[in-house]
Every structure is written in C-alpha cells, then in structure tokens.
Design a protein around this ligand. Structure first.
Ligand SMILES: Cc1cc2nc3c(=O)[nH]c(=O)nc-3n(C[C@H](O)[C@H](O)[C@H](O)COP(=O)(O)OP(=O)(O)OC[C@H]3O[C@@H](n4cnc5c(N)ncnc54)[C@H](O)[C@@H]3O)c2cc1C
Length: 427
C-alpha cells in the first residue's frame, strides 16, 4: 500500500484501537498506540476496559476479519485454549421463552475472555515494525493548525499529572478511547462543533463470574444464552472459555437493583433464569474469580459525518463512534469492520480523515439497522395485542406466548414472525 503519512497516533489500546493500529501500519511509517492504563504483559483484566470481565463472544465475521489481519491468530487462540462454538449446534439459544432447534445455521463463533483475546491481538500488533506502545498516558486534548482545518497532534499527560503535558505531533489521530471518548468535548474546546448524539436507553445490569463447572455439564454444550421473557426481564449466558473455565453472565433488564452482586444474590438470580441442568452446574461449580458488575445504560451513536467543521486528520472508531447493546455481542465485530473500511480508504491513497469516517459509519449503521430493538424495551413499551403467524398471542412486539421451552418439540417449522419453532396450535 502507498505510504500516506509519517506518524499516526491511536488513542486507546482496546480492540478497536488495536485493529486500527494494525491497518495504519500499511500506510504510516510509525504508529503510536497510546493508553492510559499501565497494560501488563500477562493479559489480565484492566481498569480501562471494565466490560472485559463480562462475557465477550467474537462473532464469525469479526473472527474472519481478525484472521485476515493477523494470519494464523485463530489457530493460536484455539491452541492456547479459546473455544470455537457452532451456533445452535453446540451453543444453545433460548429466545422469548423458546429454545431454538439445534440445526446448523452458520460458521463458528470464538469464545474466550476479553483480556485473553485482546492480549493475543496486542502481541501481534506490537510485533509489527513501526508500532510503539505508550502506556500510562492520558489523552487530554487535540492540537490543530492555525486555520482550524486540520488536527496536528494530541495533548497527553503522564498518569494524571498535568505538569507533564506534552503534544505528540501526528499526521493522523485516531480516537479509539471507547464509550467515554472525549472527542466531542475536545472539538468544542477548539471552538468547533460537537457531533449530534443519538441515544437508545437500555439500562441493563450485568453480573459475571469466571467458574470451573462440573465435567458432566461442561462436556454437554459449549455455551447457552437465555433471553428475557414477558414477566421475567432477565437473561443469562454461560460460555466455555480458555483454561477449562466458563464465564457466567447474568443480565437484569430492569436496571439492576435486583442483580446479583454477592454470592447468595448471584445464585438466587441464576435460579430465576437458568434451565435446571445449568443451574445445577453453577451450584456445583467452583468460582474462579470475584463477581464483577457493570451497568450498561444506553447505546450511543455520534454523528460526526454531519459536522461541516470537522477537522481533517481525525478519525473516531469503535464504541466512541457507535456503541451497541452487549446483548447482541457485536461491538468487537463492528470494530473489525471499521478497521476494514479504514484499510479500504487508505488503499485508495487518501489520508484517513473525515472521508474515512464515513466508511466505518456506514458499516456501523447498517449492522445496527439489522438489529432488533433492545429486549428490555419490549417489556416496557408493549402492552400486547396481536398474534404471531402460528396463532400464538403476542403480548410483546417480538415474543409470542408459546408454552415454555420444556414443551417445545424439536420438529415443525418456524412461523417466521416470531422465534417459536413448532407448529400452529391444532395443526
Ligand atoms: C457487558 C458487555 C459485554 C460485551 N460483550 C461483547 C461481546 O460478547 N462481543 C462483542 O463483540 N462485543 C461485546 N461488547 C462490546 C465491546 O466491549 C466493545 O464494543 C469493544 O470492546 C470495542 O471497544 P473499543 O475498543 O472501542 O473501546 P474499549 O474496549 O472500551 O477500549 C478503550 C480503551 O481506551 C483507553 N482510554 C480511554 N480513555 C483514554 C484516554 N483519555 N487516554 C488514553 N487512553 C484512554 C482505555 O484504557 C481502553 O483501553 C460488550 C460490552 C459490554 C459492556
């Protein structure tokens, strides 16, 4: 690929920052990967990525892109303990009270903890020529040219010590600092416009714990997700990950006041949502780590593409551009698609700038458009009415009232208007 610039700085060494850095090495002589965390080489969970203690599945498309960017990495991840799971075949999915039939529907997903995945990707990025990691440094603002047309660098401080402030000059600055990214504030400080923010309230509270589950269960299935149902706005997931462990994640779609943050609460909550054999495995399992909690309040999209005064040589990627409800496990895959879009732009010989921003945005928005609305909103907004095409009453917009999963037969065809998988009553 043609060289476009001398130095690119990526702010944030999470998944989107790592993938952007990988792509930028093809067009910039030097790439600096800056993070406020003191990142340890052992790949342990870290403060800057609090969601990293909760279940993270890499969807098939995300896996393909990451393999394309780092040939052989999937094999390395699996050799080190990551688990591949084929949706519905060895990964059970229960939606709206129904267990989907175990038929092959597509390529495998990758299951491992988020720090484990990030650690492997990070090792590969840091091994690339021209990449330098700067840890323990906080980005606090942007520098701009006299005409306020072009970003010229980023202001950083060491730790939280403002007396250490310096400016890293760059031909391109990529903000990959996640949901809390401060580019809107930094633009405003420079006298420029902030992007419009579109927010979708979700308010889900997660509680997760790494466990070693008994063999009799672990050998049965590699993963399960159980979605909420009308009258029980709760869900859960159990995923086999590296080290022979499982990550158990519980989700409360009403905002969390009942979510399990302690031993008893965790088990009590699990009992309200887990199928019996899964609950039994959790009860008999051995906790490996502490219970971690996380509140996800809303999905946010920032419309940078609408700004007429957005300076050149600035790009926002990952959750800082658009974050997605964790329920759909899309965030890392979207970050991977954004990296591909960036690579396409660079391959055309164009400096990544506002032009490049529109590529990743297209990808994000098209994926978002295909997502159903958040599960929680069904419970809050819908008062009921209507029937699915199989004839079952639908008290919410997407769930019919078929009998509970235990009674669902494994034959019959989906009605297509909801998630049930058996025949119309009486047929
Ligand atoms: C509970 C939960 C579960 C999820 N499960 C899945 C899943 O199953 N599959 C999936 O694909 N996605 C999942 N996601 C989404 C996924 O975590 C993100 O979409 C993905 O990690 C991309 O994030 P990012 O790299 O943009 O930001 P982050 O991962 O948040 O990384 C941001 C980085 O920027 C650094 N940083 C922040 N501010 C500064 C600063 N001022 N200066 C320097 N550095 C800074 C931080 O230290 C951090 O390293 C989940 C999210 C949540 C909340």
């Amino acid at each position: 690929m043609q060289q476009i610039g001398e130095h690119a700085v990526v702010l944030g060494a999470g998944m989107s920052g790592l993938l952007a850095a990988r792509v930028l090495t093809e067009a910039y002589e030097r790439v600096t990967l800056l993070d406020r965390d003191p990142i340890r080489a052992d790949g342990s969970p870290r403060r800057g990525v609090p969601q990293g203690r909760h279940a993270h599945v890499l969807l098939a498309r995300g896996g393909e892109v990451i393999e394309d960017l780092f040939p052989g990495i999937t094999g390395e991840l699996v050799a080190d303990g990551a688990v591949t799971a084929e949706p519905l075949v060895d990964f059970r999915i229960c939606v709206g009270g129904h267990t989907l039939r175990p038929v092959p529907v597509g390529p495998s997903m990758l299951q491992c903890t988020r720090p484990f995945l990030e650690h492997h990707v990070r090792d590969r990025v840091l091994a690339l020529p021209g990449v330098t990691a700067v840890n323990g440094h906080d980005a606090v603002g942007l520098s701009i040219d006299a005409h306020r047309h072009r970003i010229t660098g980023v202001r950083v401080v060491h730790g939280r010590d403002v007396s250490t402030e310096e400016t890293l000059t760059a031909d391109l600055v990529v903000d990959a600092t996640g949901r809390a990214g401060r580019t809107p504030v930094w633009l405003e400080t420079l006298g420029l416009s902030r992007p419009r923010e579109e927010e979708f309230r979700v308010n889900v509270q997660y509680a997760s714990r790494l466990m070693r589950l008994p063999r009799d269960y672990a050998e049965q299935e590699k993963g399960i997700t159980v979605g909420a149902v009308p009258g029980r706005p709760r869900g859960m997931g159990v995923f086999a990950v590296e080290g022979g462990h499982h990550i158990v994640t519980l989700a409360d779609f009403l905002g969390g006041h009942r979510t399990a943050a302690d031993e008893d609460g965790f088990l009590e909550f699990a009992a309200t949502v887990s199928p019996p054999e899964v609950l039994s495995a959790i009860r008999r399992g051995e906790p490996v780590g502490e219970i971690a909690t996380y509140r996800y309040r809303s999905s946010v999209r920032r419309h940078y593409q609408e700004l007429s005064d957005l300076p050149d040589r600035l790009l926002v990627t990952g959750d800082g551009l658009c974050s997605f409800s964790p329920a759909y496990g899309q965030g890392m895959t979207v970050a991977a698609l954004q990296a591909l879009a960036l690579r396409d732009t660079l391959a055309q010989g164009r400096p990544a700038s506002r032009t490049a921003s529109s590529g990743p945005r297209r990808n994000s928005s098209s994926i978002r458009g295909t997502s159903p609305s958040e599960p929680t909103s069904h419970f809050r907004r819908s008062r009921g009415g209507g029937r699915c095409r199989s004839g079952w009453p639908m008290p919410t917009s997407h769930s019919c009232t078929r009998p509970p999963p235990s009674t669902i037969s494994s034959h019959g065809s989906s009605c297509g208007s909801c998630t049930c998988s058996t025949r119309r009553p009486g047929s």
